[in-house]
Design a binder for this molecule. Structure first.
Ligand code: HEC
Ligand code: HEC
Length: 204
């Protein structure tokens, strides 16, 4: 019994050390992304491509991204993706209804004191780019579809994912919000490798 308890205790300590380590890593917010090289052992190219996209999906399906890519006309907030409080709606071009336009509250940068995230172009993703309520496979097919991705080629997508500063906000979300996993650079490298391996999608 004592041996068992000791083993249990040691297990807990390892676990605690693991948690401590991940919390102590501000760069990843305790949430890393695997590098492209981690997938080199998957010999089938299309399988490798889908696996790389699945890794990138840790970012795409993170609340920092999903909150602005909702299925309806109202953004969501927080880690639990609750409806935006107060009620705000899409409005013209995704910038909100008159009187409740996004830049009324969302400034050009995060305002940590008030807990309001910010960016010069803060607005809602168009409805055809809705990601909430979809599987990663469905999002993958949609992201590749110029009819639903704002007319982007795969090359454009690589640039958007790795360089767009609104996307980049996901790693600089202000106080009290968990950043997306890894870094935007690592995320961009995964998207590039995904395209170069044929942009295959995980199962729907
Ligand atoms: C503040 C709202 C907001 C946030 C946060 C946001 N997006 Fe978007 N996203 C948009 C808007 C708006 C567009 C439409 C293009 C544009 O105007 O930039 C868009 C378009 C896109 C597109 C291209 C179209 C598509 O859906 O295929 C991609 C890819 C994308 N976002 C990725 C991301 C990722 C990844 C994150 C998180 C790291 C993210 N976005 C976070 C608002 C947001
Ligand atoms: C009346 C002020 C107000 C208006 C107008 C407003 N917001 Fe917000 N929004 C806030 C506040 C405050 C927060 C932070 C609340 C929190 O995180 O708990 C927030 C948070 C968010 C978040 C959550 C970020 C995250 O990942 O947690 C998104 C997404 C968002 N707003 C999108 C929008 C969009 C898009 C518009 C315009 C259509 C808009 N907001 C208009 C006040 C506003």
């Amino acid at each position: 019994m004592r041996v068992l308890l000791t083993a249990f205790g040691a297990g807990l300590m390892v676990l605690a050390a693991g948690i401590g380590l991940s919390l102590a890593n501000p760069e990843t917010g305790g949430n890393a992304l695997k590098p492209v090289s981690a997938f080199s052992e998957i010999t089938d190219e299309s399988e490798r491509s889908a696996a790389i996209f699945t890794e990138a999906g840790k970012v795409i399906q993170h609340p920092r991204c999903l909150n602005c890519h909702p299925a309806g006309n109202r953004p969501t907030q927080g880690e639990d993706r609750h409806p935006h409080i107060p009620l705000v709606l899409r409005g013209a071009g995704g910038f909100g209804e008159v009187g409740m336009q996004c830049p009324t509250c969302h400034q050009r940068a995060n305002v940590d004191l008030a807990g309001v995230p910010g960016h010069p172009l803060w607005h809602l993703a168009p409805i055809e780019m809705a990601w909430q309520g979809k599987s990663l496979g469905e999002i993958c097919v949609q992201i590749k579809d110029p009819e639903r991705n704002g007319g982007m080629s795969l090359e454009d997508l690589i640039h958007h994912m790795s360089e767009d500063s609104l996307v980049g906000w996901g790693w600089n979300p202000g106080k009290g919000r968990s950043p997306a996993p890894g870094t935007q650079e690592q995320f961009g490298a995964l998207i590039k490798a995904w395209v170069e391996t044929g942009a295959a999608c995980p199962d729907l």
